[in-house]
Design a protein around this ligand. Sequence first.
Ligand code: BG6
Ligand code: MG
Length: 217
Amino acid sequence: MIKGCIFDLDGVIVDTAQHHFQAWRRLARELGTDLTETQNERLKGVSRIESLELILQWGGIELSEAEIKQQTIRKNEWYVDQIKHMDKHEILDGVLPFMESVKAAGCMIALGSASKNAGMVLDILDIRKYFTSIIDGNKTTRSKPDPQVFEMAAAEMGLKPEECIVFEDAEKGIEAAIKGGFKAVGIGKKEVLTEADLVIPNFIGRDLNSILADLNN
Ligand code: BG6
Ligand code: MG
């Protein structure tokens, strides 16, 4: 029986994935390389440092540890500059009614995000109140596809993985959920999120019951 829903943040609740992409591409170009949309798919759900390491690897660029740290600080400043002007309109369509349906069904809600900016985003959007548990990149020590972030969220809710559904837009996030024994619902395209138990394009017109029915089919 499902007793909890764990949501990724970027690209699931709010349209921040595009801001991460723009900031990474700006940095990649300044470093003399580039970042394609296909490559960007592989950065979704990945921590800040690991994302830059991948971009450098793809571009054949070598930087010292100190330079890597410095460049991630620049990327984060650009990213934060973008998101601090956000308002509630950037919450993805259908998400809030969906969360209301989760609450109405007596299920708990948790956040399972790799982002160290997650708390700030929740406050800007004024949606902290929905969450029983908030696990973000400041609390975890291992990145998706490791299931740690979802395991911590389930544990804080007092639930087992099989009692929770994870909602994710990243390949790595779906992989993490499956590895951890969670039900995994992909938000996006079936061709990209091939391992998910169910893929939906977005939450528009959805409630928890319709997701449970589709998962059981
Ligand atoms: C994930 C995003 O949620 O958080 C990644 O999908 C991002 O694109 C990662 O790199 C880390 O985010 P932040 O805000 O800590 O740099
Ligand atoms: Mg995401």
